[in-house]
Every structure is written in C-alpha cells, then in structure tokens.
Design a protein around this ligand. Structure first.
Ligand code: ADP
Length: 375
C-alpha cells in the first residue's frame, strides 16, 4: 500500500509532464489547422495575420526556426506543467513556511491550504499537533504558575503564625510582661498559634498526598450510610459544645460504594467541621440518598452564606471567603481542596450551593454496580 503510493508519487510528475506535452502539441496542431484555413481563405487579401503566417512559414523553413518551434513547444509544455503542479507546490511551500514559524515558537499560526489529498492531510495533522502542543504548553504554564502561587501562599501562611509565636516568645524571653497572668496570656497565644501552624503543615502534607495521583487508595466495599452514622456519632461532643443539632436524613439503610474509608472520613469531616465552624443556624443536616447509579450526600449548614462571586473559588487551595480570612479560626484554606481531591480520587464529584438560607455541599459517589443491579 505504502509502496504503491510511493510509486504513484514517483510517476505523477512524469504523467503531468506528458499530459502537458500532449495538450500543448495538440493545441499547436489545432492552431495550425485554424491558421492554415484562415490563410487559405484570406491569402489574396493579405492583412496582418496572413503576413504573420507568411513570416512564420518562412521562418519555420529555416533550421534555426525549426529549433525555435520546438523550444516554444517546450516552454509552453513547461508552463502548462507548472500550472498543473503549482497548487501542490504552493501548498508544500506554505507548509514549510508555517512550520518554520511554529518551530520558532509561534504556535498561534495554522496552515490553511487550498489543496486535497495527502498534502491536505499533512497540513491538518500539523495543525492538530500544534494545537495539542499549544494546550500542553498552556497547561504547563498554568501548573508552574499554580506552583509559584502555592509557594507564595505557603510561605505567607506559615510566616503569619510564626511571627506571632516569635513575637510573644520574644516578649517572654526579654521579661517584658507585667505579671504571671500576662505571661500565661502570651504563652497561650504562642501555643494556639503553634497549633495553627501544625494544622497548616498537616493539611499541606495531606493535600500534597491526595493531589499526587500516584497515591494508592485502600479501597474496600463500604456501606456509606454506616460510615456517615459513625462520623456523625464522633461529632457528638463538638455538636453539643457548639450548641448545634446534627440531624441525619437517610433514605436507605445501605448504599454500598467502593472506597478508601479513611480518606472518605477525612472528606466528610472537613464538610461537617466547616458546617459547624461557619454555619450560624441551630442545625447541621446530612442527607443521603440515591440518584441513578450514584450515592448522594448533602451536608447542609444554615446562615452565613458564601457570596455567589466567591463560590466558584472555594475549592481552590488557600481560598478563604473574605470574612473568614479576617476571622482567626485556625482554618488553613486547604480543607475543601483536600475534600475535592479525595472525592475526585473516588471518581466522584462535589459541588456547593449557597443562598440566604443555607449552604449545601453535595457529594456524588458512584455506587457499586452490584448494588445497582439489586434495584
Ligand atoms: P478553611 O475552613 O480552612 O478556611 P476550607 O477550604 O475548608 O478552608 O473552606 C474555604 C472557605 O469556604 C472558608 O474559609 C469559608 O469561608 C467557606 N466555607 C466553607 N464551608 C462553609 C459553610 N458550610 N458555610 C459557609 N462558608 C463556608
């Protein structure tokens, strides 16, 4: 097949040359017949064309004229051959010109040629490769930017509590406190700030782990309803001390999924923790139900809505809603990024909705096929 094509390409110019020669010689013969007729009818009248033909005949009888005749045929043949080949050659040159620019880094260029066949396929393929390369380059740049942002954010977020710790320990070290009470106060602040630092470092470590695709999940068959019940039970003390009632509304007793329970617990803990931390209502509700081949869990808190403009960013690492950023609640701004990564690792989805009344985090996890078939 490939050899056939190569042969075609080798023969094609010869065929075109031959066709050009045939068409030029035939045209010359036809022209000659027409002129001969014209001459026969008009020889007695003379005139410019007759004189030209006379001159041509005289000229053709000379040896040099004969040569010239063939040279003219050759020139015309070449011209027609050029016309045949021009389209493909122009397209080829265009490909060379544009690929030169692409090689120089200009991936915005595309090859547009008015041609068919393999040259067109070649041009189209180069365009596709260039587009893919451009997308990879954009992704690469984005990744580098994200890395740079991460380093800036990490340095900033690590430095803030560290500055406080250093400041208060400095005061103690220089004996700059009034009495025992003030000393305790300084130690307390330094201790709280060091706990904040610990949370941040742990979260960072966790996020790096779950965002690293090479992480191996220890997936087993689990009943999501049971898992949620256990998590809610563990939050009992926190609900009580924050004076919030944790309510569960589960439509099923059993929703079997294939998941890493430790990772999933972390994801739901983050959502419930946030609900307690940021909600201002009396309740924190957890709904669980099936939707097609998915298990859905809604974690709902009330009051303190997330502004619509901030909603698209809350799953970004280090993103904290303006109000919470100013509040010193020990949040790292990494919780939702970790949760999203864990859900994604389980082939699930997470979304958030917030209005004047409530904030809903919806987690969608694929049910085990076996479980589906039972219904
Ligand atoms: P952190 O809690 O450490 O600040 P997260 O990534 O967990 O970081 O959350 C990002 C931001 O989303 C929080 O700063 C908070 O402003 C907002 N948020 C998260 N959950 C809720 C919620 N249930 N209600 C209101 N705001 C929320």
């Amino acid at each position: 097949m490939k050899n056939n094509k190569a042969l075609n390409y080798a023969i094609m110019p010869i065929v075109y040359l031959f066709l050009s020669f045939i068409s030029v010689s035939t045209s010359f013969v036809i022209l000659k017949v027409i002129l001969d007729r014209y001459y026969r009818y008009n020889s007695q009248y003379g005139g410019a064309i007759v004189n030209a033909i006379n001159f041509f005949k005289f000229f053709k009888d000379q040896t040099i004229g004969n040569y010239l005749y063939y040279i003219i045929i050759a020139v015309f043949t070449f011209f027609v051959y050029y016309l045949f080949m021009r389209k493909s050659l122009t397209a080829f040159l265009k490909i060379v010109e544009v690929t030169n620019k692409m090689a120089g880094g200009d991936l915005d260029k595309t090859i547009s040629i008015d041609c068919k066949g393999d040259i067109k396929t070649l041009a189209d393929n180069i365009n596709i490769i260039s587009l893919l390369l451009k997308n990879v380059t954009i992704e690469e740049r984005k990744a580098q930017q994200t890395k740079a942002d991460l380093i800036t954010n990490v340095s900033h977020d690590l430095r803030t509590p560290l500055t406080s710790i250093k400041g208060y320990l400095g005061l103690i070290n220089d004996d700059k406190y009034r009495d025992e009470v003030q000393l305790r106060y300084y130690v307390d602040i330094a201790y709280e700030k060091s706990k904040e630092l610990e949370i941040l470092i742990n979260d960072l470590f966790e996020l790096t782990k779950v965002q690293n695709r090479s992480i191996t999940l220890n997936k087993i068959e689990i009943n999501l309803v049971e898992l949620l019940n256990q998590i809610i039970f563990q939050f009992g003390y926190q609900f009580q001390s924050e004076k919030i009632e944790g309510r569960s509304f589960f439509s099923e007793d059993k929703m079997i999924i294939y998941a890493d329970p430790n990772k999933l617990v972390r994801a739901f803990q983050n959502l419930i923790n946030n609900g307690i931390k940021y909600g201002t209502g009396d309740y924190l509700d957890i709904y669980a139900y099936k939707e097609g081949s998915y298990a859905i869990v809604d974690v709902i808190s009330y009051g303190n809505p997330i502004p619509a403009v901030e909603l698209p960013y809350i799953f970004d690492r280090f993103y904290r809603v303006e109000k919470s950023r100013n509040k010193n609640d020990g949040g790292s701004g990494l919780g939702l990024a970790i949760t999203k990564s864990i859900v994604t690792l389980h082939d699930g989805q997470i979304s958030a909705h917030s209005d004047g009344e409530k904030t809903v985090f919806k987690v969608k996890l694929p049910l085990l096929d076996k479980e589906n078939n039972m219904h």
